[in-house]
Design a protein around this ligand. Structure first.
Ligand code: GDP
Length: 473
């Protein structure tokens, strides 16, 4: 690679390195300082691309207050499985299509916009649940302004409800509670309200400051009210962005499309993205060939909080990657390559970034109680609960095991996402990780451990927890 860049023969580069006392093969990575020496040896000039160069190229100017204009809020729907997240997203979209555009065919691009009766525009992320939210956060993309927490009125506050609350709180994102399925005869919305109290979520009906709306995704009851509640919350937040600068956005979905090549749905956060713009996105770069909105229409540009599909990428980025418009293709390529190299180095170094051993070392020294986060998947609910109970007994005043999430079934990509964001290992009890989860874990350096004996699992965690203790002393 280095020889290539210098337009020299690779054998000569290897020879030069050997003269410097480094016995390397053709494809062996060398560090930057060595590379610089070699480059000088050949009489070339070194141009180092560093983080700060990247920052310089990317427009990071602070916006002046007068340039800021209000922008639509971006909403993520979270809640326990089967409480109606998907149904609610569908119902909101459908209700809006009927009153909206001719044709009314919506495209699934990962996010969509609706207009409320009072004229407010809202952008919904189409991937419900906190897994996506968390993996975006892990990659540094905080796109959500408001979380709608769905709780089924015929059920109760469930583990994932609590997770969602914790994730929203951790991100500092305000919540609105949608009490769903109120059409059901056994629905008991007040039970939901009081159950939320135990998790420090005090809804307006109980004189708190979290808006609560009773809805039915099935009948459409309360949907308008929910949308207005969101619009009100958005007004309070005074969300603003400058549309007149080079665009920055976050990838919320990306895939390789057979006919169209790599496609990414980007939610614009600053500025306005236009056809013809040159950009870098994560480790990829490109030039906007076409922009397609959530109604499947080609558009010329997309401003703040608008989701668009972007065509014209040279590779497929990942959800959570940040897109930045830059001046020239050379810059875009340079930054993308720099990041690519960085990522490779990181992967090589990571091996397993979140092994139990490393967790000990990484334990938060700034807190009085060190926490050992764990994610658990088991074959049956009974074992999961037994293990959680056993794990919660591990630890003492100084260290505590925190089961961030547990569930029944195979280890999935969303478990890995949560593990990455929370620096936690994933423990599988009589279950395995599926193939996408395994790949994802390898890429992200998330440790997966398999067990078939509860005692072994608890023992390992105990060992890690005591390691956590000794690491702190
Ligand atoms: P998710 O897992 O949170 O995305 O939940 P889904 O949207 O898939 O809904 C789970 C189940 O609850 C489905 O069978 C839905 O038809 C049903 N459901 C969702 N919302 C309502 C509602 O408001 N009323 C009734 N009766 N059923 C609902």
């Amino acid at each position: 690679e280095l020889a290539n860049r210098m337009a020299e023969r690779s054998a000569d580069v290897v020879k030069a390195l050997m003269k410097m006392g480094m016995m390397v093969s053709m494809n062996q990575p060398i560090d930057a300082d060595t590379a610089e020496l070699v480059i000088e040896e050949f009489g070339h000039k070194t141009v180092r691309v560093s983080d700060s160069d990247v920052e310089q190229v990317i427009d990071t100017v602070e916006d002046k207050a007068e340039d800021l204009q209000s922008r639509p809020p971006i909403i993520t729907i979270m809640g326990h499985v089967d409480h109606g997240k998907t149904s609610l997203l569908d119902a909101i979209r459908k209700a809006n299509v009927v009153s909206g555009e001719a044709g009314g065919i919506t495209q699934h691009i990962g996010a969509y916009q609706v207009t409320t009766d009072s004229g407010a525009v809202l952008s919904f992320l189409d991937t419900p649940g906190h897994a996506a939210f968390t993996s975006m956060r892990a990659r540094g993309a905080n796109v959500t302004d408001i979380v709608v927490l769905v709780v089924a009125a015929d059920d109760a506050v469930m583990p994932q409800t609590v997770e969602a609350i914790n994730h929203a709180k951790a991100a500092g994102v305000p919540m609105i509670v949608a009490i769903n399925k109120v059409d059901k005869p056994e629905a008991d919305p007040d039970k939901v309200r009081s159950a939320l109290l135990h998790h420090e979520v005090i809804v307006e009906k109980l004189s708190g400051d979290v808006q609560d709306v009773e809805v039915s995704a099935k009948t459409g009851l309360g949907l308008d009210e929910l949308l207005e509640a969101i619009a009100l919350q958005a007004e309070i937040l005074e969300l603003k962005a400058n549309p007149d600068r080079s665009a920055q956005g976050a990838v919320i979905e990306a895939q390789l499309d057979i006919g169209r090549g790599p496609v990414a749905t980007v939610l614009v956060q600053h500025g306005t993205l236009r056809r013809g713009d040159i950009f870098v996105v994560g480790e990829q770069w490109g030039k906007v060939r076409a922009l397609i909105n959530d109604k499947g229409e080609r558009v010329e540009e997309a401003g703040p909080s608008v989701p668009v599909e972007v065509l014209g990428l040279n590779g497929t980025p990942e959800a959570g990657d940040v897109l930045n418009v830059v001046e020239t293709e050379a810059q875009a390529r340079e930054i993308a390559e720099f990041r690519n190299q960085q990522a490779k180095d990181k992967r090589a170094a990571a091996g397993a970034a979140t092994t139990l051993e490393q967790l000990m070392a990484k334990a938060k020294a700034d807190e009085n109680v060190a926490e050992l986060p764990v994610i658990l998947k088991a074959d049956v609910q009974g074992s999961a609960e037994a293990i959680v109970q056993a794990l919660e007994k591990v630890g003492n005043d100084e260290v505590r095991v925190r089961v961030l999430h547990y569930g029944v079934g195979a280890i999935t990509e969303s478990d890995i996402g949560l593990a990455e964001a929370s620096q936690a290992p994933v423990m599988g009890f009589n279950v395995r990780a599926n193939a996408p989860a395994r790949n994802s874990a390898n890429q992200k350096g998330v440790e997966i451990r398999y067990y078939s004996v509860i005692y072994d699992l608890v023992d390992d965690i105990k060992a890690a927890a005591s390691g956590l203790l000794s690491a702190e002393v």
